[in-house]
Design a binder for this molecule. Structure first.
Ligand SMILES: Nc1ncnc2c1ncn2[C@@H]1O[C@H](COP(=O)(O)OS(=O)(=O)O)[C@@H](OP(=O)(O)O)[C@H]1O
Length: 345
């Protein structure tokens, strides 16, 4: 399958000339980093998953070489060379399938609440509903961002590991918010997602196979554990700059975590807003229930793919799929990797 051209952009459609221009730009980036990428260790896992290892993490390579490689290692290299963060920027970071869509929704609703009202009567016209969380907050390393950096309105997201972020993000005063998720739930979410993307008629990936890859760290932006550790350590070293959230805590105490998030990104709720129900309205607007109702099953138009980001949205679903042996293996890896660190698994 291929994603719609403007998948991660707020532009529903682009002209043929614009399409030509963006392809030309991506071709330049591909060419610029060709030799560097060719020299990287590679794993051709199957027709849908070709990974290469860069700075300790695995990535897709090539923007159009593979069906779902909207992200690519070339993009990360280009960002490392060129991207300039502003001190006022906010970056929402995550591993895939760890709460990215939720965090994007919350960040966007919080920071834009003066522009896009969050009271129930305004929900129908809110961009999180009329477009999608992924349209509202672009991925830094996505093809559409690289082609349209003007989309960067101060709120961006990324799956890039902390240690590979463009230097200007690390050294500037911007804020980084990371969302971590229990690796077992993340794995099950990823497995379902990969099979949902598989529209080429091939048989679904077996859980055993995805488990094996995950265990070895062979998932896009993996190893999962190293990704979390990078941001966790950064949050300890620079607590005013990096906030480490977890999907589970956000589920358990959404109201207070949303307040904490707002305060961290410099947009605290006033006493008046708390009293008039604004926090609760954001919680509900960004809830799995509201967003999945708005996007799931919508198979028409330019946002046809948005439903794939909503499955169950619960904590602990992995116990319904993983064997006792698989759980034991993953817990042992986490225990060893997260030893001495207060990271949940
Ligand atoms: N608003 C909200 N609240 C709670 N949970 C939510 C929400 N939106 C998405 N989800 C669940 O998050 C999982 C998808 O993860 P990501 O958003 O990180 O996916 S992606 O990396 O952007 O593709 C996936 O988890 P699973 O249901 O376990 O598969 C989604 O259902």
């Amino acid at each position: 399958m291929s994603f719609p051209v403007a998948f991660y952009s707020p532009v529903a459609s682009i002209t043929q000339d614009e399409e030509k221009a963006r392809k030309a730009k991506m071709a330049i980036i591909m060419e610029r980093y060709k030799d560097k990428v060719l020299a990287l260790p590679r794993k051709e896992i199957d027709t849908n998953l070709h990974l290469c290892k860069y700075e300790g993490f695995w990535y897709h390579h090539g923007f159009w070489l593979h069906s779902n490689a909207n992200f690519s290692v070339e993009a990360i290299m280009a960002l490392q060379d060129e991207f300039q963060a502003l001190p006022t920027d906010v970056f929402l970071s995550s591993q895939v399938k760890s709460g990215t869509t939720w965090l994007k929704s919350l960040g966007f609703a919080i920071l834009n609440r003066a522009k896009f009202k969050i009271d129930k009567d305004s929900w129908a016209t809110h961009p999180l509903i009329t477009t999608s969380p992924h349209d509202c907050v672009p991925f830094l390393e996505s093809e559409s961002f690289l082609n349209n950096p003007s989309y960067a309105n101060g709120l961006m997201s990324t799956h890039i590991p902390y240690t590979s972020l463009p230097q200007s993000i690390i050294s500037s005063d911007c804020r980084i918010v990371y969302i971590h998720r229990n690796p077992k739930d993340m794995l099950i979410s990823l497995w379902h997602f990969m099979n949902t993307l598989r529209e080429d008629g091939s048989s679904p990936t077996k859980l055993d196979d995805t488990f094996e890859l995950f265990r070895k760290g062979l998932t896009p932006n993996g190893p999962f554990w190293d990704h979390a550790i990078g941001y966790y350590k950064a949050s300890l070293e620079r607590p005013n700059k990096v906030l480490f959230l977890t999907y589970e805590k956000l589920k358990e105490d959404t109201y207070n975590e949303v307040k904490r998030l707002a305060s961290f990104i410099g947009s605290s709720f006033t006493k008046e807003e708390e009293d008039d129900g604004s926090v609760q309205e954001i919680v509900e607007l960004c809830s799995f229930k509201k967003l999945s109702e708005a996007h799931k099953g919508n198979k028409d138009g330019s946002h046809s793919s948005n439903g794939i980001y909503f499955r169950k949205g619960i904590v602990g679903d992995s116990v319904n799929y993983l064997t006792t042996e698989m759980i034991k293996t993953l817990d042992e890896i986490a225990k060893e990797k997260f030893d001495g660190l207060n990271i949940s698994f």
